[in-house]
Design a protein. Sequence first.
Lengths: 568, 177
Amino acid sequence: MAEKITGSEALIRSLIEEGVETIFGYPGGAIMPVYDALYHHREKLKHVLTRHEQGAVHAAQGYSRATGKVGVCFATSGPGATNLLTGIADAMIDSTPLVCVTGQVASPLLGTDAFQESDIVGMSMPVTKWNFQITSADEIPEVMAKAFYIAHSGRPGPVLIDFAKDAQFAEIDFEYHKCNNIRSYVPYRPIDNSQVEAAANAINNAKKPFLFFGQGVVLSQAENELKELVEKAGIPAAWTLLGNSALPSNHPLNVGMLGMHGNYGPNLLTNECDIIIAIGMRFDDRVTGNLSKYAKQAEIIHIEVDPAEIGKIVNTKFPVVGDAKKVLRKLNPLIAKNEHPEWVAKFKACYDIEYKKVIERDIYRNNGKISMGEVVRMVSEKTEGNAICVTDVGQHQMIAARYFKFNQTKSVVTSGGLGTMGFGLPAAVGAQFGRPDRTVVTFIGDGGFQMTMQELGTIAQEKIPVKIVILNNNFLGMVRQWQELFFESRYSFTELKGPDFVHLSGAYGIPAKRVEKGAELEAAIAEMIDTDGPYLLEVKVEKEDNVFPMVATGASVSEIMLEAPTKK
Amino acid sequence: MKEEYIITAYTENHIGMLNRITIIFTRRKVNIESLTVSESAIKGISKFTIVVHSTAEQAEKIVKQIEKQVEVLKAFYHNNDEMIYQEIALYKVSTKALTAGNKIETLVRKHNARILEITDEYTVIEKTGHNDETQEFFDELNEFKVMQFIRSGRVAITRSPIERLSQFLAERDSMLA
Ligand SMILES: Cc1ncc(C[n+]2csc(CCOP(=O)(O)OP(=O)(O)O)c2C)c(N)n1
C-alpha cells in the first residue's frame, strides 16, 4: 500500500529497504530536510558525523571493503559535494560499491549560480558508474533502487544521487520495489562454456602455470573456489595489492605480491611461466611494469566480469567473461589434479634470496633503530593475522602489504588505483563500523595522517577502538625514496615537520604513546592492542629507509631490484 | 594504422548521455570528427553516430568503454567500407550570382544538388553526399562566393540486413539468465 510521505522521508525509507545500517555524512543547507527525516529514524539508521566530507566518503569505502556491503554517504550541495570527489574517484578505480547522496539547490534555481550550487552531476560523471539528479520526488524509490542495484552488481562502483531540495520537501506516494533489471545494463553475461573449457585445457596442459588474483575474487566471494583451483592444479598464486587476503598468507601456494614493490619471485617468474591465469584483476601498470617486456612467453587466461578489461592492457588468448565465483565453479571440475613441485620450488628459491637480501633486515632491525617492517610484523603477530589492516598511501602501505599476514578475506583496506593519501584514517573508521567484531589497525605515514587527521574527532566522539599506528619518518617517504633513486637525492620539499602526535591525540582524549627505541616497541604494541577503545601509537622509524624490491618505472618485471643500484 | 571509423551507440534517451559518451573520447585524446544524435527506430532509444580517426584497436576499446555505461544498450564500430553513410550540406549564394548566368545551375545539376529556397537576395542549395563530395561542390560553387556554408554530422547504416539493436534486445532476456 502506498502512503504519502515527503521526499526526504522516502529517501531514508529507501535506504532502510536496502538494508543500510550505517551512513557517513556531513550536513548543510541543501540536505537539511534529509537530515531532519533521518532524525526520526536515528535508532535504526546509524549516522556517523565525520569531520570532512572526504572523511565521510573514505569511511563509506572502508565500510564497504570490510563488509562487502554498499557504503553510503551524505553531503550537502556545493563544497560538500565537491569534497566527496576524491573518494568517489578512488571508489571508481578500486571498484568499491557506494551510494553517495548529495543535496542540491531547489530545481528552479538549477543553472542560476545559486548559493552553493555546483554541477556535481557533471563533475562526477567521469568517476561514477552511474549518477542521477532527482528533481521530482516521484523518482525517489525507483532511482534509489537502481542506485543500489548498479552500485553492487557486475563490476561494482560508486553511484551519486544528487537530490534537489524542493524534491526533498515534496510529498509522494511511497512504494518500494528493489531493482534487479535495467534493460540497458547487463552486469553478468552468461558464461560461455567453450571459453571455460579452453581455459581448463590450457591449465591442464601447462608446465609452469602461474595464477594472479585481484579484488574481483573478494568482490564475488570466490575465495573458496580460488583456493580449490590453486590446490587442485597445484598452481603458485600471487596477489595484486587489492587481492591481498583472498587467500590466507600462510597458504603454501601463496607466493606473495605482484608489482612494483611486490615479491621477487612473482615478478621475476612472470617472465618465465607458460600460462598466466588472471582472476579479477586488471593488469595495472604498477603490476606489469614495462609492457613490451611483460610475460611475452606466456599465454594469458583472463577471468573477468568487466568485458572492457579483457584485452585492454595485455593480449589475452583465453578470455573468460564472467563473475569469478561462477566461472570458477564451472572451471574447477574440469581441472585435473596436478602438482608442479619444480616450478613451485623456484618461487621458494626466489623467496630465500629476497629474505636474505631484503626481508630479514626489514622485519628484524636489531640495531636499536626501528624499521616500518618491524612494526608491521609485530602488530601482525600480536593480532595473530586476524586484524583488518587499513593503510594510507606511501612506503608504509607497501610495507604493510608485504609483511602483514592474513588468515581471512576482506582484511585489507587500502587505496590502490588512485593512491589517495589521507585515505587511511577515515577508511579505518568505516571498516571498524562495518566490523565491530574485528580489530582494525591502520598504518599511516606522517604525511598522509596530516591530510585527514581531523577524523580523530570522529573516532573520539564515536569511541570506536581503531588502533592507529603512525610510522613517522618526517618525510614524504615514498617521494623521498624516488628522489634518492631517480633525482640524485635532491629532496625537493619532502621533509616535513609534524605536530606532537601524542599531544594531538591527547587533545581528543585518545590515549597515545611515542616509541623511538626498538627495545620499547613490542611492549608499546601490546599496550595498544590490549587497550579498550582507540589508541594512537607514533613510531619514529628510520628516516631514510627505502622499500625494496622495486620494479622501477619503465623497467621490466624481470629487472626487479633487490637493492639500490650502486652509485657511480 | 589510423583510418576513419564510424562508432555507433544505442542509448537510453536520458539527460547527460552525450556527456557520458563524449568524455570517453576526451579522456583518451581521440577527437570527434563528427557527431549525430537522434532517436532511433525504437522509441526512447537514441542513436549516436560518431566519426573518429583512430586505429581499429583504439576504436574497439572505446566501444567497450561506451558499452560499459549503464544506459548504453549496445555500441559498434565500423570502417567506412562497412557502412553506407551520408552527410548533408547547405550552401547560400547570392541570387544575383544565380541569375547572372547558367553556371550555378550547371553545377547544381552536375553535383546532384537541389535548390531549397530562392529569395530576392539569396538562394539556398542543398547537397547530400560524402565529405569529399560536399567539399568539391563547395570549392566549385565558391567561385561565385558562397555566403554561408554548413555541413551536418554523418548518418550511417550498416550493409548487413538485420537491425542489430532489435537482435540485442531479443537476446538480452537470455543474457539475464
Ligand atoms: C593526495 C595525494 N597527494 C600526493 C600523493 C603523492 N605521494 C605518494 S606517496 C607520498 C608520500 C607519503 O608520505 P607519508 O604519508 O609520510 O608516508 P611514507 O611514504 O613516508 O610512508 C606522496 C606525497 C598522493 N599519493 N596522494
